[in-house]
Design a protein around this ligand. Structure first.
Ligand SMILES: [Zn+2]
Length: 472
């Protein structure tokens, strides 16, 4: 048995779960379930990123103690993950006491690569935050929210010397010790690495009070990087415990917008700690709304809760795992979703199950559940190369082939002619094939796969009172 550790990005809790988060969870979940099917012992991390000024100020605005606000919002994500039937094993919050203490220990271990320097930039006293030169230029030197001119401000920050790790990191990415998928993202990261400056990893406490205190310097609080990225190892107990049983992670799943932090900043931290790099980082594309990027200002954001409510969880998992490609941007529209539900889930699969169960029941067929056939090389190749939507296509083509086989073998005609044994044989064979397909279906639609198993391995095959995917 081998150990497989999978990680998902931890969302910032100052907002609601969206489709992008669902993609992280679903992709990791399919792989986790697949690995368990092949006998791996799987550990699967999820969690929430809870420090920072936005969480602090929203809590203050709403007159809620900040920890209470963070807890409430963290729970929203946990509920969402549960609703998607994600088979995680560990949920970490960056406000967990263990995490905070471990982060500080990590900072101390990184100290040979940390230095302090003055940062100076444009600052709005109303926003209490720095703006980039670009923002300064765009707003002609004046904050649009506060109608106050930006001022030049100098503050002390601690920096992580990325330069210490560039050469080693480049080698590791080039030779796929740290594999970045898809390939074109790997090339993008190699180009970015070249120009990556040292990164600021702290803020003065007066700028950022809600965060992990920097050890040995009361005036400074950790900025997001070490606090959030370390969760992938603090959740395993690092540095209090030996994590070599689980680390390096087999795969980390992230959206393309945060890939650079996972492909450059995070590995730099790991190299600084003398830890191995994750084996691979899977960067998934975005779900588009009718061809457009979802955005609040356009008003085209698709609420995952509304998608879940439309046809239930299995349809949700089905659409985002089959019709959204692992690596590139793909489209969601309500029409496409409804069409996939009706034509594929209800017609292809729901009808097949209903029809076959009815024929088996009528003809007194008792399929014997043999050992499932998982040896489809095409499926295995696609699953292990993280082309999940294509692996799902492969499963679906088997479902469609079974529909054609029922139509061409016409077991009902055999039965009508009194060729009972032949009819039973044909149906038994079809039921066995459907059971085999249901095993391949398990990582994608665990509940549907279980229902198919329950129907066709029962002593007496009972026709389900309602089809698996009733027409709306
Ligand atoms: Zn301002």
């Amino acid at each position: 048995m081998s150990n497989t550790y999978l990680c998902t990005a931890i969302p910032y809790v100052n907002g609601n779960p969206h489709i992008g988060h669902a993609m992280d969870y679903l992709l990791a979940d399919v792989y986790a379930r697949y690995c368990r099917e092949r006998g791996d012992d799987v550990r699967f991390q999820v969690g929430t990123d809870e420090h920072g000024n936005k969480v602090f100020s929203t809590a203050e605005k709403n007159h809620i103690p900040v920890m209470e606000y963070a807890t409430e919002n963290s729970q929203k994500f946990r509920d969402f993950i549960e609703q998607l039937d994600i088979s995680y094993t560990d949920f970490i919050r960056t406000t967990d006491e263990d995490h905070v203490r471990r982060c500080q220990a990590i900072w101390e271990r990184l100290s040979p690569h940390i230095y302090s320097a003055d940062y100076d930039g444009w600052y709005c006293e109303g926003c209490e935050s720095f703006v980039t030169q670009k923002e300064y230029d765009e707003h002609s030197g004046c904050c649009p929210d506060h109608q106050r001119p930006y001022i030049k401000l100098t503050e002390k920050n601690y920096y992580l010397r990325i330069a210490d790790f560039k050469a080693e990191l480049r080698t590791n990415i080039e030779n796929d010790t740290l594999q970045i998928l898809p390939e074109f993202r790997k090339q993008e990261m190699l180009r970015l690495l070249e120009d990556t400056p040292d990164i600021s990893i702290s803020r003065p406490r007066k700028q950022l009070s809600w965060g992990v205190p920097v050890p040995g310097d009361d005036s400074q609080v950790m900025y997001v990087w070490i606090d959030a990225l370390s969760n992938y190892i603090t959740v395993l107990g690092y540095p209090d415990q030996d994590i070599s049983q689980w680390w390096p992670a087999s795969a980390q799943f992230v959206g393309k917008d945060i890939l650079r932090f996972h492909a450059i900043t995070w590995p730099a931290i790991l190299l600084g700690l003398g830890l191995p790099l994750p084996r691979r980082i899977i960067s998934h594309g975005h779900v588009l709304a009718d061809g457009q990027k979802m955005s609040k200002s356009i008003g085209n954001v698709v609420d995952p809760m509304a998608v879940l409510a439309r046809h239930g969880l299995e349809a949700f998992r089905y659409y985002f795992l089959r019709h959204i490609d692992t690596f590139t941007d793909s489209d969601f529209t309500w029409d496409k979703f409804d069409q996939a539900y009706t034509q594929e889930l209800a017609n292809d699969l729901g009808n097949l199950v209903q029809r076959l169960a009815t024929l088996c029941h009528k003809n007194d067929v008792h399929p014997v559940a043999g050992s499932p056939d998982l040896s489809d090389p095409n499926y295995t190749e696609l699953m292990t190369s993280f082309h999940f939507s294509k692996a799902f296509d492969c499963v679906w083509s088997k479902i469609q082939a079974l529909n054609r086989e029922i139509d061409s073998s016409k077991p009902w005609e055999l039965a009508k002619r009194g060729e009972t044994e032949q009819a039973q044989q044909v149906l038994c064979d079809l039921a066995q094939k459907l059971l085999d397909v249901s095993v391949l279906l398990r990582p994608f639609l665990p509940d549907t796969a279980r229902k198919i198993q329950d129907i066709f391995t029962a002593d007496d095959i009972i026709v389900p009172a309602t089809p698996l995917f009733p027409k709306p």
